[in-house]
Structure formats: structure tokens, C-alpha cells
Write a protein that binds this ligand. Sequence first.
Ligand SMILES: CCCCCCCC(=O)SCCNC(=O)CCNC(=O)[C@H](O)C(C)(C)COP(=O)(O)OP(=O)(O)OC[C@H]1O[C@@H](n2cnc3c(N)ncnc32)[C@H](O)[C@@H]1OP(=O)(O)O
Length: 247
Amino acid sequence: MWRNTMRFAAVLCRHLPPQMNPQNLTASLKKMILESAVKFSRPARTIAWSRALCSAPKDYGVPNPSWSAEMMSLYERYSAKGAESWERLPSYKRYLTYSAGGQCLSRLHKPTARLFTRNLEEEGAGFEYTVFANKAERRAVCLFQAGPLLEGPPGHVHGGAIATIIDSATGICATYLTGFVMTANLNINYRNPIPLGSVVLVECELDRTEGRKTFVSCRITSADGSKLHAEATALFVSVSVGTLIGF
Ligand SMILES: CCCCCCCC(=O)SCCNC(=O)CCNC(=O)[C@H](O)C(C)(C)COP(=O)(O)OP(=O)(O)OC[C@H]1O[C@@H](n2cnc3c(N)ncnc32)[C@H](O)[C@@H]1OP(=O)(O)O
């Protein structure tokens, strides 16, 4: 039993992404890994879980057939700028999976949970988005195509869905630039409704950091930049992985 436990823990640690190598893990995370290993250390389960943990997660930030010509054109424009300036960030269905660039931890922790913005399998129905980030300029841009299940006012996107994409885009920007964070404050001014099915740019910029606080501002405009849909400011507070997991 103990040998299986240690073998399972070793498999987990081997598949942690580089920035989460075992020397850098918090005590609470080590405890979680060991507890999970104990829980699943019966031989048959060990093999099944090891396999399940090691398959590649689906990246939702790549084009799919629901993307409009306008969404594709923007995607190609940012992709063409080159990874040295604008890096496309992969997008998975769990926050930790995205942040750590791996998959093991999110599958161990409440495995049936899903990121709110990636909770529909039907392509094009809800949030279709992809994020490019520019480290040197401390900016990120989210290309967002709003599906029909995000309706608020007839034919237009729900204000809560707009808040969600702003929270996500600014959160991804803050996480990319400063590490694990949680939203502490979000202020939004809605300027013009967003038509359902349209593609908009959610442009985020890191304004400043103060200790654990990261301030990000955001503008949502039409794809050609001619119409302002919303403006927002967000405050994120850095947290440990243990806090995110709930330890
Ligand atoms: C891939 C997808 C990315 C998605 C990103 C989406 C992120 C989310 O939606 S997270 C979910 C929504 N957010 C939450 O549930 C967070 C709930 N709040 C909390 O857990 C805590 O209040 C938390 C973590 C924000 C801060 O708590 P804690 O770690 O104890 O920090 P705390 O000491 O209170 O505050 C740290 C600093 O921030 C400031 N601060 C905290 N909250 C606020 C606030 N609402 N307004 C202004 N300042 C604040 C404090 O004054 C303090 O400032 P200073 O260092 O100058 O004294």
C-alpha cells in the first residue's frame, strides 16, 4: 500500500509543470498530493488515475468552426505578430490548469468542476474567446465572440456575461504578469450594448502593482476599434496555490 502511495505521489510530481516543481510546493500542496495518493493508491486505481492525469488537456483558445471570419481574421493578425511580442495563452477548463500550464492538480481537486467560461461543450453557444499577452508591454488582448446563450437585452449580451469576460480577461492578464491572483474589486462602465454574435476586443493593461495588489484597466471595443462598449478597472490580490485550492 505505502509503496503504491509513494509511486502515485511520484507520478503526480513528475507531471507537475516546471514552475511547480516539488521543491517549490507549499506544505499544504504537498499534503494534498500525499492525501490524494493515499486515497487512490490501490493498484488498479493507481494505474487508471495515472493515465487519466497524464492525458493532454483540451485547449479551448484555438479556432473552431463556430468562429466567424472576423474572429479568425483577428486571431491570425495577433498570431502573425510572433510569440516574442504577442504570446497566445492556452485556455483550459480549470483555472489551476490554465495558470500552472499543467493538468494534474485541477483533476485531483473537485474533478467535475469546470471554469464558468468554459462550461459549454457546444462550440459557439456561449463564451468563445482567446487571449494574447504581451509581457514587455504588460498588456493582454482577449478576442471575444459572444454566443446566443449569453443574451440579456434582446439581441445583445447580458451585462453579467460582459462582467465575466472582463473578470476573466483582466484576471488572465494579472495571472500571466504576477502569478496566482483573486479578484478583489471590479468596476465597470457599460457604454454601448454588444450585439450577440459580434466579435469584440477586450484590451487589458496592467496599471501598477503595490505589494500583493495588481491594478488592471480594461476597454471593450468593436473589432475595428470604432465603438466603445465598456470600460473597467480591476484590482487583483496575489494568493498562494493553497488559498486557491481552499487549504
Ligand atoms: C483563467 C481564469 C482567470 C479567472 C480570473 C477570475 C478570478 C475570479 O473571479 S476570483 C473569484 C472572485 N473573487 C473572490 O471570490 C475573492 C474573494 N475575496 C477574498 O478571497 C479575499 O478578500 C482576497 C483574497 C481578495 C484578499 O484577502 P487577503 O489575501 O486576506 O488580503 P487582504 O489582506 O484582505 O488585502 C490585501 C490588500 O488588498 C486590499 N484589498 C483587498 N480587498 C480589497 C477591495 N475589495 N478593494 C480594495 N482593496 C482591497 C487590502 O486593503 C490590502 O491592501 P494593503 O496591502 O495596502 O493593506
